[in-house]
Design a protein around this ligand. Structure first.
Ligand code: 13P
Length: 250
C-alpha cells in the first residue's frame, strides 16, 4: 500500500511572518494526519517554516532547484543549499515554470537528478494543456514528460520519487479534472512507469493529483485507486482549508 502524500504549493505567497503564522496554525491541526504532509514554500520562508514546524509531522519543501552544484547562476539555489536549510521535498517542472520560465523536459530531468543526488525527494509535475486534451494527446504528453523527467534515475530512486499529475487547464481555474479523468490519466502514467521500470517500481511510486483540489472535492479524488495524494495551490494558503484537505479521510 502506498502512503498518501498531501503537499501545499504556496507559489509566490507569504512573507516569513505570514508563513510562521500559517504553519503554527497547521501544526496542531494536522498532527493526526494519516498521510505525509509537506509545505513547499518560497526560499525566503524556509527558516520561519522550519522553526514553526519543529517537532511536527509537517515537512519542508521547495518549489525549484538548480541543477549545477554551484557557480555563476545569479538568483539560483543549488540542491546542497536547499538540503542545508532542511528541505526534504522539491517541486520540479511545475507548469508555471514550464510556461513562464522556459523550463523544458531536459532541464526538469537535470533538476530531478540534482535533487535526488542531494538526498531530497522530487515532486515532479506533469500535465497537458487544454488543447492537448481536446486533441487527444493527453496520454502521450504525460507519458513523455514523466519518462523524460525520470531518465537516469535508478529503480529505487524512481520508487521513492513523487509525481504530480496537474492538468494545466485545472490549475487556479476552479476547474478540476473529474475523479475518473484524474484516475485514468494517473493510471496511464503508472503504466508508462511499469513498462520502463517494472511493476514493483510502478506499484511503489506515489502519484498525486493537482489542480483546484480543495476541501469540497478531495474525498472523491482520494477515493480513486490510482490517486495517492494531492499538490494543493490556493487551498494550501489558509489553515482551515489545507487542514480539511490533509484530513480528507477523517
Ligand atoms: P491550485 O490548487 O491553485 O489550482 O494550484 C494547483 C497547483 O498548481 C499546485 O502545484
Amino acid at each position: 500500500m502506498r502512503k498518501a502524500i498531501i503537499a501545499g504549493n504556496w507559489k509566490m505567497n507569504k512573507t516569513p511572518a505570514e508563513a510562521a503564522e500559517l504553519v503554527k496554525a497547521l501544526v496542531p491541526a494536522v498532527k493526526d494526519a494519516d498521510c505525509d504532509v509537506v509545505v513547499c514554500v518560497p526560499a525566503t520562508d524556509f527558516a520561519a517554516v522550519k522553526e514553526a514546524a519543529e517537532g511536527s509531522n509537517i515537512k519542508l519543501g521547495a518549489q525549484n532547484v538548480h541543477f549545477a552544484k554551484s557557480g555563476a547562476f545569479t538568483g539560483e539555489l543549488s540542491a546542497d543549499m536547499l538540503k542545508a536549510c532542511g528541505v526534504e521535498y522539491v517541486v520540479i517542472g511545475h507548469s508555471e515554470r514550464r510556461q513562464y520560465f522556459g523550463e523544458t523536459d531536459k532541464t526538469v530531468n537535470a533538476r530531478v537528478r540534482a535533487c535526488v543526488a542531494a538526498g531530497m525527494t522530487p515532486i515532479i509535475c506533469v500535465g497537458e494543456l487544454k488543447d492537448e486534451r481536446e486533441t487527444g494527446y493527453t496520454d502521450i504528453i504525460v507519458e513523455y514528460q514523466t519518462l523524460m523527467a525520470l531518465h537516469g534515475l535508478s529503480n529505487d530512486e524512481v520508487k521513492a520519487s513523487v509525481i504530480a499529475y496537474e492538468p494545466v487547464w485545472a490549475i487556479g481555474t476552479g476547474l478540476t479534472a473529474t475523479d475518473e479523468q484524474a484516475n485514468e490519466t494517473i493510471g496511464v502514467i503508472r503504466k508508462a512507469i511499469e513498462r520502463k521500470y517494472g511493476k514493483d517500481v510502478s506499484d511503489a511510486v506515489r502519484i498525486q493529483y493537482g489542480g483546484s483540489m480543495n476541501p469540497g472535492n478531495v474525498k472523491g479524488l482520494m477515493a480513486q485507486p490510482e490517486i495517492d495524494g494531492g499538490l494543493i495551490g490556493g487551498a494550501s494558503l489558509k489553515a482551515p482549508d489545507f487542514t480539511s484537505v490533509v484530513l480528507y479521510n477523517k
